[in-house]
Ligand binder design. Structure first.
Ligand SMILES: Cc1cc2nc3c(=O)[nH]c(=O)nc-3n(C[C@H](O)[C@H](O)[C@H](O)COP(=O)(O)O)c2cc1C
Length: 356
């Protein structure tokens, strides 16, 4: 309630990117203070018992993760774990640092509980991320690293740059994500075509000496025709899928509110992302682990994605609207939903929704 009544109105009066910077600096300060993490954990965070789950051979204290884009440079992941996230994905990290698109580039649509962003992979680059991740050490929960692509990288070099970025960061992540689905880098989503993706996955495969888990993050705007062959490729050359990134569609948003270019996230994306999870689960016969993301605000939203086929879920926009208690609240609600459905574990509920 403190967030909804005091902190959020104060933050929402600011430009969204400035509000994000303020939040990051509060999180960093608290993270650096002796006892800071323990204090935050007891005020908002922590993990419920009974939600532990094992996916990709990794142990997750709970299945609710922080999606890529919030902690692009890997500054506050350990604090986000204290806030109750069962795993955190940092990035997207590109090989070279880049400033991203001109500001303003994040917009709120509060009446739809949505955001539109066109950040364009603003980040400090792979070497800076490597230094930071090295200095922090490994957290006690799985850490994902999301790999992006520099704006000036030509398509025929994409596989080399993804592989180089991966090599620089390989020792520091438990899983890695090939992000070919951001709508804010011109032409990036074309890399979801089988011929390009195959090259990227095989280039990373060649340098993946420690056999780190490799996932592909997909766009909700993918056509149904492309999906079967993509799922087949990912099953051969990677370990799982993240569904989904933001959308360039504007589902349920009236046309006079649609002038902002960029990727839409939050509540209006929820149904489409769940639909894609359902399709991927069916196409793969339940054999390809899915991280479901898009419009998760409550335990009910997480449960819906899990029953559609997600083994884990993530959120970003839900955190902005619901605040620091979001992860713990979602855990509690999810536990109640699992109990209500008669499931003894998260894994037991995966893909169990009745046929649609
Ligand atoms: C401001 C913002 C920045 C984002 N940056 C990234 C990014 O760098 N890489 C990425 O893979 N996804 C990025 N995303 C997408 C999220 O990880 C997530 O896939 C999407 O927002 C849908 O989830 P949500 O509805 O819970 O926000 C970003 C989203 C937002 C709102």
């Amino acid at each position: 309630m403190l967030y909804e009544n005091i902190l959020r109105p104060w933050l929402f009066r600011m430009d969204p990117e400035e509000a994000h910077e303020r939040m990051m600096s509060m999180l960093r300060t608290a993270q650096a203070l002796p006892g800071g993490k323990a204090l935050v954990r007891s005020a908002w965070g922590g993990c419920e018992e009974g939600l532990e789950t094992r996916v990709f051979g990794l142990k997750f204290p709970n299945p609710i993760g922080l999606a890529a884009g919030f902690d692009k440079d890997g500054r506050v992941f350990s604090m986000m774990g204290a806030l109750g996230f069962g795993f955190v994905e940092v990035g997207s990290v590109t090989l070279r640092p880049q400033p991203g698109n001109p500001k303003p580039r994040i917009f709120r649509l509060p009446e739809y509980e949505a955001l539109v962003n066109r950040l364009g992979f603003n980040n400090l680059g792979a070497e800076a991320a490597q230094r930071r991740l090295k200095s922090f050490g490994r957290p006690d929960f799985p850490l994902g690293i999301n790999l992006g692509l520099n704006k000036d990288c030509p398509h025929d070099k994409a596989h080399e740059e993804y592989a180089q970025t991966f090599s620089i960061l390989e020792p520091y992540g438990d899983y890695f994500v090939v992000n070919v689905s951001s709508p804010n880098t011109l032409g990036l989503r074309d890399l979801q075509e089988r011929i390009h993706l195959e090259k990227i996955l095989s280039a990373i495969g060649e340098v993946n000496r420690s056999k780190k888990t490799l996932l592909v993050k997909l766009s909700p705007d993918l056509s149904d025709e492309l999906l079967p062959s993509l799922v087949e490729l990912i099953m051969q050359s990677a370990s799982g899928v993240i569904a989904t990134n933001t959308t360039i569609a504007r589902p349920g948003i009236p046309s006079d509110e649609q002038e902002r270019r960029g990727g839409l996230s939050g509540a209006p994306l929820r149904a489409r992302s769940t639909e894609l999870i359902r399709k991927i689960y069916k196409l793969s016969g339940g054999k390809l682990p899915i991280i479901g993301v898009g419009g998760v605000f409550t335990g009910g939203d997480a449960y819906e994605k899990i029953r559609a086929g997600a083994s884990l879920v993530q959120l970003y926009t839900g955190l902005i609207y619901r605040g620091p208690a979001a992860a713990r609240r979602i855990q509690k609600e999810l536990l109640a939903w699992l109990k209500h459905g008669g499931f003894k574990s998260v894994a037991e509920a995966v893909g169990t929704e009745p046929a649609q």
